[in-house]
Write a protein of this length. Structure first.
Length: 477
């Protein structure tokens, strides 16, 4: 059995590979890693989402950590990933274990480790944990592995268990980052769709604090996620759209399964994609909040951020895909905003971890302050900076084709694409070709799914289609 412990930790199907026995091995490896860091005395937070058996998996993780002499801090109900990360800072912990499979189908579960800086683990950290897991799996096969476990009752008696409830402190923290007065004054009618996730009750509680009215759907635990995936993308948010339209609401706000990603919908049912959300937010921070600072985006994220930054004389940091890189940029206090096309963002003064709750509330602020639809603000931005349309295609290939495509990709260095001269070829992550028109094409193998992603951003939909066509046929995708 191989347990791959990447950026988002380890995810697998419950009962098949995600078993109590395998979880114990992974947690034992994390316990050893935490001891190696010298921070073990600070204890570990255990967060979990709303999936099947979540509390039982959390309890088993607690038994292994305390069995290794590490104190644990555990809530009595599900915590969104950003709130688990916040709890690390709030309680001064050595890190956190988060039990979640994010937006994966209901039969999955997963575990990730968030280090003491409260953002995604860097590859160095996950590599070390993965190598410890490998050693322990081998030892288990040789029957030499000892997983230390302490029954929870005994751990409690030894003072190794602390029950935590970081919700109010988290809400206090984000209250300082969001203009709730403006949201309240706007009287916006909001529909919230936490998608049965660990994020249930957070946006609601933040709006309750401002005595605002809202309507929430899918706001109870359902380990089967209503038969859909807890993924806040346009094609999945059909019920939110119906509710926004039927109730005449001004805004729809959605979260993914562990509350770290967002889905935003305008009053007319238009889905505002993450690139547009980042554009709106960066523009708002500069023009309405009067802030200045650099912006960090992945290589696959909109260059509209570059155009806005260039005009304001600000720097852009371009990273490989993955919030683990954006999180590192956000640890620099000069970084105003960090985000990525796949729906993650955080801001200066907050955690270096993606936070869907914060993102949703910030979009309410943007709309409340501008007093106009987000689509209208986007049209104004386009009038000032030019139009940019982006689209990502997820291209499935046969396993036996992957190596050949990767090889062609390495050598892929055309002089022109769709009749445009290539002005720059970047290999930060996959191959990115920047064209003379300001458009770009990026092809990279996904790190989380068995497919290639083609990202194109162009000045018009015709240009976008022509670039997609050219790249796909050149690479046989
Ligand atoms: O495009 P991929 O390599 O599959 O990654 C897609 C996404 O996967 C995870 O959700 C990471 O947390 C994100 O940071 C990343 O953007």
């Amino acid at each position: 059995m191989t347990i791959k412990f990447g950026t988002d930790g380890w995810r697998a199907i419950m009962a098949e590979e995600f078993t109590f026995a395998n979880l114990e091995v992974v947690v034992q490896a994390i316990a050893q890693y935490v001891q190696e860091t010298g921070l073990a005395d600070r204890g570990i937070v255990i967060g979990y989402d709303n999936r099947f058996l979540a509390e039982r998996f959390a309890e088993r993780s607690a038994e292994v950590l305390t069995g290794n002499g590490i104190a644990i801090m555990m809530p009595q109900k599900a915590l969104p990933t950003p709130v688990t990360a916040f709890a690390i800072q709030h309680y001064g912990a050595a890190g956190a274990i988060m039990l979640t499979a994010s937006h994966n189908p209901p039969e999955y579960n997963g575990i990730k480790f968030i280090p003491e800086y409260a953002g995604p683990a860097t590859p160095e950290i996950t590599d070390r944990i993965e190598s410890l897991v490998r050693d322990m799996v081998a030892q288990r096969e040789e029957k030499t592995l000892t997983v230390s476990r302490l029954r929870l009752k005994a751990a409690e008696e030894q003072g190794l268990v602390k029950t935590i409830d970081p919700k109010e402190a988290y809400l206090d923290a984000i209250t300082g980052l969001i203009d709730f007065d403006a949201i309240k004054a706007s009287g916006l009618k909001i529909v919230i769709d936490p998608m049965w996730s660990a994020g249930i009750g957070y946006i609601e509680a933040a709006l309750d604090r401002s005595a605002m009215e809202y309507k929430a759907i899918h706001d109870y635990r359902d380990p089967l996620f209503g038969g859909i995936m807890p993924e806040p993308s346009e094609s999945v948010l059909t019920e939110l759209k119906d509710q926004v339209l039927a109730s005449g609401a001004d805004l729809g706000l959605a979260l993914d399964g562990d509350g770290d990603r967002f889905g935003i919908m305008e009053a007319d049912g238009t889905y505002i994609n993450p690139n547009q959300v980042l554009t709106l937010l960066f523009h708002h921070m500069l023009t309405r909040q009067g802030k200045r600072g650099k912006v960090a985006r992945t290589v696959a994220t909109t260059h509209m951020l570059d155009r806005i930054a260039a005009k304001a004389g600000l720097e852009v940091e371009e990273t490989p895909v993955g919030f683990k890189y954006i999180g590192q940029s956000l640890r620099d206090p000069d970084c105003l905003l960090g985000g990525e096309e796949s729906g993650g963002l955080s801001i200066q003064g907050h955690l270096p971890e993606k936070d869907g709750i914060l993102a949703c509330l910030l979009m309410a602020e943007v709309k409340a302050v501008a007093k106009k639809p987000l689509t209208e603000i986007l049209a104004e931005i386009a009038a000032e900076y030019g139009t940019l349309i982006s689209q990502r295609l997820d291209l499935h290939t046969l396993p036996e084709e992957k190596a050949t495509i990767l090889q062609s990709l390495q050598q892929y260095s055309p002089a022109t694409v769709a009749g445009q001269t290539v002005v720059k070829r970047l290999t930060v992550d996959g191959v990115k070709l920047q064209l003379e028109s300001g458009a770009y094409a990026l092809v990279r193998p996904s790190g989380t799914e068995p497919l290639f992603r083609l990202y194109v951003e162009a000045n018009s939909s015709d240009e976008l289609k022509a670039i997609q066509q050219d790249v796909k046929s050149a690479l046989g995708l």
